[in-house]
Design a protein around this ligand. Structure first.
Ligand code: FAD
Length: 288
């Protein structure tokens, strides 16, 4: 439970962090440390340098961006903690699904140390926020040795614990098109209140009269990366806002997933959970 020795740097700019990562034999960014420190203690990673982002100004915070042409975008700094995300009035208004899910992460201590950027960069298949970011069509703003670039939600998650971030990249902020007014629910099935999701379902639906106008659905822990259930979204769009119609539209949500078969549940159990939980999440979002 003692990490391999490493150097420690606390830069004051993102560019300084990128340069230090480039020069190190094996550099790692330290954000809230909630995932990285256990990994180091178990010696699953042995970086030679930790680059702590805590003193870099401008990496945390929540603001609105955009104009009448592009629409409103919610911008969240990578170092913003889960607790700040969950409590933010701006997030509750413009990305209510993210606010709801952030409030379910771990326990109070984890939520006050862990960051949105750290969770997305770590890309644990059981983590709640990557599926939410996928459902909300997040765009990731990254700074690396060649400057700044953006990565779309569909390209960010690559594999188990692997994203499109390079070894010298810093995730700077996450941009989310506003979903103000959408009805949302994050359904998390876990053994105990503070545990990780065995399966999680992120749902946002826009009502259209008595029915569903549009839907976003993404699954947590149903494969190595978040699963965006596009076929279910299509089936929900235009469906009646009624439990039977919702259950029918969600019946094939597990198609195309590859859940783990482990001590927490078999793959078939998880597929069944996904079906039940997705219909439940949509009904809870709609209040039916
Ligand atoms: P760190 O641990 O500091 O870093 C994680 C990884 O991301 C490292 O590889 C690091 O180099 C990289 N990284 C961090 N920031 C950046 C950046 N800006 N740019 C590029 N790379 C970066 N999560 C859930 O989703 N649901 C849960 O229920 C849950 N329960 C938990 C329970 C416990 C007891 C603990 C300890 C953690 C739990 N977590 C859970 C994980 C938690 O959400 C972490 O906060 C998150 O996974 C990592 O965020 P962090 O800021 O602590 O990142």
């Amino acid at each position: 439970m003692i990490p391999v020795p490493f150097d420690y740097l606390r830069p004051s700019t993102v560019d300084e962090a990128v340069a230090a990562l480039g020069e190190a034999d094996e550099g790692k960014i330290l954000a809230g440390g909630q995932s990285l420190l256990p990994v180091l203690k178990l010696r699953l990673a042995a970086p030679t340098l930790l680059v702590d982002l805590a003193a870099v100004p401008g990496l945390s915070g929540i603001r609105l961006d955009g104009d009448t042409l592009t629409g409103t975008t919610l911008v969240i700094g990578a170092m913003t903690t889960h607790a700040e995300v969950a409590a933010s009035d701006l997030v509750r208004q413009h990305a209510p699904l993210l606010a709801a899910a952030a409030g379910t992460v771990g326990d109070r201590q984890v939520r006050h140390r862990g960051t949105l950027g750290g969770s997305l960069a770590h890309a644990d298949p059981a983590a709640d926020l990557p599926a939410v970011a996928a459902a909300l069509d997040a765009t990731y703003v990254v700074r690396g040795p060649a400057g700044s670039r953006t990565i779309g939600a569909a390209d960010f998650a690559v594999d188990l614990f692997t994203t499109a971030l390079g070894p010298d990249d810093v995730l700077v902020e996450v941009r989310l098109p506003s979903t103000a007014g959408w009805a949302v629910h994050y359904e998390k099935f876990h053994r105990t209140a503070q545990a990780w999701a065995i399966v999680g379902v992120a749902v946002a639906v826009r009502r259209d009269g008595g029915g569903i106008g549009a839907a976003r659905v993404a699954l947590t822990n149903m494969g190595p990366v978040p699963h965006r259930a596009r076929a279910v979204e299509d089936a929900l769009a235009g469906a009646a806002a009624a439990p039977d119609a919702v259950a029918e539209a969600c019946s094939r949500v597990a198609d195309g997933t590859s859940p783990a078969d482990d001590l927490s549940g078999s793959a078939e159990y998880r597929r069944d959970l996904a079906r039940v939980l997705t219909a439940r999440a949509v009904c809870r979002a709609l209040g039916v």
